[in-house]
Write a protein that binds this ligand. Structure first.
Ligand SMILES: [Zn+2]
Length: 461
């Protein structure tokens, strides 16, 4: 049975993870992500897929990040009715993420229409909160390490990827070929997450992420970096804005903040988690304790819980969020999205960027074309809601908090292969990361490899 793979996204770019597998006429999509960042990338979210979504049998989602699952409501709207397989620990955050994504898009369209800064009249959301919620009905949580028949002779098994809670890499057995889709991979030796599981034996093809392919991450202790950056700002009465999604990296940020405050290396100030999805992440970490290193007995004790600092306040309603506009420092505000491309953090940046005493602390990867990337590169002004906002606040990035492994981690993971795969496809990377990964995969590992283009097709035999 001929097996073909088409790269519908994450090809020579980081976002928009979408891989279409066709086996004997049956179609399965691995990941169903949104394109983020540059405008020409975002426009792809609006262009039709090369195949009719109604003909796709199933989707397998690696993890609860929008660039891997955020297109699902759009796919459903275009007629996709099949099951969406994901890990049990992913289903919960996806359940929060998709309605929230719809809500934010509708909100953004409303502001664009009111202020008239969009070329489109009226500006429309890619999907609504309701459509985001509707798509959740298709979710089918499955266990790790257990093969699931997704129809048409295609079997998939999820393995822990160590990137965020619930993240998986996908082993697919179809047409006599074993293909592995890395999704996003975590690192080895992290305080919270367990490392990625080894590759299954005899993988014929591997698609591997290259987000940090060109970099060894700064392993200077994260807490030292945080103390140096955050300490002076809090002492000066400023506000620290941390763009980050409510579950996932925020947990790691809270973990480090708690330790710093306990050791009195940072003053205790209120920490606001501003998100309609702000939930007590503690509960979900308790339930899925196999994937992380935090001790459940400590998690359950609110006095010593390592990811619940003393003064954390969950801000769910829009009203409460607006009240934060009048907040006086010192304080810390954590709000999505991590690349400041959307979400409530954008309002906070609008308000806080023009003031010198504040700090924007970037804690994850910033894709080209996002506001986060512009800030990281020292932009003097950024465009928010049609306004030119002057950047007077300090901007800093913390290394080592990324949920992605660096080049060394990725090579180590590929090195768990029982034999060189027939081909390793380098995906999820920008040009520099991909070029560096190509050198490592070809040089250090001597694996045959290629870097596919957007919409490229490969026959897997
Ligand atoms: Zn991710």
């Amino acid at each position: 049975m001929p097996l073909t793979l088409q790269f519908l996204g994450s090809a020579r770019t980081v976002t928009g993870s979408n891989f279409l597998v066709t086996c004997g006429g049956h179609r399965v999509l691995v990941d169903c992500g949104l394109f983020q960042g540059m405008k020409d990338l975002r426009l792809r979210n609006w262009s039709p897929l090369p195949v009719d979504p109604a003909t796709i049998r199933a989707v397998v989602v690696t993890h609860a990040h929008l660039d891997h699952c955020g297109y699902l409501p759009r796919l459903a709207r275009q007629g996709f009715r099949g099951p969406v397989y994901c890990s049990a620990a992913s289903a919960e955050p996806i359940g929060l993420l998709l309605p929230d994504s719809g809500h934010l898009q509708a909100e953004f369209a409303k502001i664009a229409n009111k202020k008239g800064f969009s070329k489109h009249r009226p500006a429309l959301p890619l999907y609504t909160e309701e459509e985001g919620r509707e798509a959740l009905k298709l979710l089918r949580p499955i266990d790790y390490d257990r093969a699931t028949d997704v129809g048409g002779g295609v079997n998939v098994t999820l393995h822990p990827a160590g990137h965020i809670l619930g993240s998986a890499f996908v082993e697919m057995n179809a047409g006599g070929v074993r293909t592995v889709f890395s999704g996003d991979l975590g690192a080895y030796d992290r305080v919270v997450m367990q490392p990625p599981a080894p590759l299954p034996p005899d993988a014929d093809y591997v698609l591997v992420e290259s987000t940090y392919g060109g970099r060894r991450q700064d392993h200077r202790p994260v807490q030292e970096q945080m103390r140096e950056r955050i300490g002076p700002v809090l002492l000066g009465g400023g506000i620290v804005i941390i763009p980050s999604f409510a579950i996932g990296r925020s947990t790691l940020v809270l973990y480090h903040l708690r330790q710093l405050v306990e050791r009195r290396e940072l003053p205790q100030v209120p920490i606001f988690i501003d998100s309609p999805m702000a939930t007590d992440a503690v509960e979900i970490y308790c339930r899925f304790s196999d994937e992380h290193n935090l001790r459940p007995d400590l998690l359950r004790d609110s006095h010593v819980c390592p990811i619940r600092p003393q003064d954390v306040r969950l801000v769910r309603s829009v009203e409460e969020s607006k009240q934060l506009n009048d907040l006086k420092g010192p304080a810390i505000i954590i709000a999505a999205s991590g690349m400041a491309a959307g979400g409530r953090v954008v309002h906070h940046l609008h308000r806080r960027l023009p003031l010198r005493e504040n700090l924007v602390l970037l804690v994850g990867y910033q894709a080209i074309g996002t506001r986060g990337r512009s800030l990281l590169e020292g932009a003097e002004k950024v465009r928010i809601f049609g306004d030119e906002v002057r950047v007077k606040a300090q901007v800093a990035a913390i290394n080592g908090l990324s949920a992605h492994g660096d080049a060394g981690d990725i090579v180590r993971w590929l090195g768990t292969a029982s034999r060189p795969p027939k081909r390793t496809f380098l995906v999820h990377g920008e040009e520099k990361g991909l070029a560096a990964m190509a050198q490592k995969v070809g040089g250090e590992l001597r694996f045959p490899h290629s870097t596919p283009d957007y919409l490229a097709e490969a026959t897997l035999t």
